[in-house]
Ligand binder design. Structure first.
Ligand SMILES: Nc1nc2c(ncn2[C@@H]2O[C@H](COP(=O)(O)OP(=O)(O)O)[C@@H](O)[C@H]2O)c(=O)[nH]1
Ligand SMILES: [Mg+2]
Length: 306
């Protein structure tokens, strides 16, 4: 009796659960099953470009806290690119990624059927994978600098119906890096080399045109803006390329970082596979001058999780 009393609280819930299980056809369902219907079917429109952009949360503070170099920290930018490469490895249908500052955009093929085009699945997977890679690869790029708190990234999905929309989106992000980088380069030179306070430097640059900042950098600091690293001026574009060298395994695909001008038509002609009727990676030629370094090219052997 004593024993039975002891087990009563356990037995009761089990019998309660059993009462609430019914059989529908051959399938056993619980009466709770209906809650599944509340899940929103957030399927993205067919036949449109899908862009997922991740952006560092509060990176103004995060970069200060972790002593990022100003205005550009090469290691931190490479860390972002490294994380983006892994995302591209997992999703075969990403044909182009573009990163600058604390953000990365991923462009999926219009026809992709990954996760049945379910928005929340796609967005959460890309964002969480990118974030975990950022943390995992941190020591590789940032050396002894310890992470003092966990970084996070927000993510959004944007759809573009036309190729022109896609080009304009990428041009918008690339124009953004140009505007910010020119300003930041002038600003930090005034502060670090001329000893101006932040307020003074801000006042000196307020309302000025690009030509003024270019001239200021050249005449006061001997800096030819156009000679600064492409990664700082143009951000990083990741493209898939097929190896075309007999020494290499022909089946291998590369993920190649470039710092080219996506605003110009030349880029889209050179990488014509991107807007072709049927996409397949373009050929990799070693003459691509803007390649960061051989070691940064990822050889893709894994395929997507589709
Ligand atoms: N010093 C430094 N800061 C950077 C670098 N990349 C990004 N940041 C910082 O990250 C911020 C990113 O901008 P935004 O996303 O608008 O700001 P958030 O809302 O604070 O993440 C920039 O304003 C910088 O403060 C870098 O390479 N060096
Ligand atoms: Mg941010």
């Amino acid at each position: 009796m004593k024993l039975a009393l002891k087990f009563l609280p356990i037995i009761k819930p089990i019998s309660f659960q059993l009462r609430n299980i019914r059989t529908v056809g051959a399938m056993a369902c619980s009466r709770y099953e209906y809650v599944k219907n509340y899940e929103v079917k957030d399927v993205l429109l067919p036949n449109v470009w899908i862009i997922i952009r991740v952006d560092g949360k509060g990176f103004h503070k995060f970069s200060k806290e972790h002593d990022f170099e100003k205005p550009n920290d090469e290691r931190a930018l490479n860390l972002m690119t490294n994380a983006a490469q892994t995302v591209m490895e997992k999703f075969n249908d990403i044909i182009l990624s573009y990163g600058q500052s604390d953000e990365y955009s991923f462009v999926f093929r219009k026809e992709t059927n990954v996760y049945n085009r379910r928005s929340s699945k796609l967005l959460s997977y890309v964002t969480s994978l990118f974030t975990s890679c950022y943390v995992m690869y941190w020591p590789q790029w940032m050396g002894n600098k310890k992470l003092t708190y966990p970084p996070s990234f927000d993510g959004r999905v944007v759809l573009y119906p036309s190729d022109q929309n896609l080009r304009d989106y990428l041009s918008w992000r690339q124009a953004d890096v140009h505007i910010n980088n020119l300003y930041n380069t002038a600003f930090w030179n005034l502060v670090q080399k001329k000893g101006l306070t932040n307020k003074e430097a801000e006042a000196k640059l307020r309302g000025t045109y690009a030509a003024y900042k270019n001239e200021l950098l050249f005449s006061e600091f001997g800096i030819n803006y156009n000679n600064l690293p492409g990664m700082f001026r143009k951000g990083t574009i990741l493209l898939r390329k097929q190896v075309n060298r007999t020494k290499h395994d022909i089946s291998k695909q590369l993920i190649v970082p470039l710092h080219e001008d996506m605003i110009s038509d030349i880029f889209w002609k050179k990488h014509s596979e991107l807007l072709a009727h049927k996409y397949s990676p373009g050929l990799y030629t070693q003459t691509d001058d803007d390649v960061v370094s051989e070691s940064f090219i990822r050889h893709v052997e894994k395929v997507s999780l589709e």
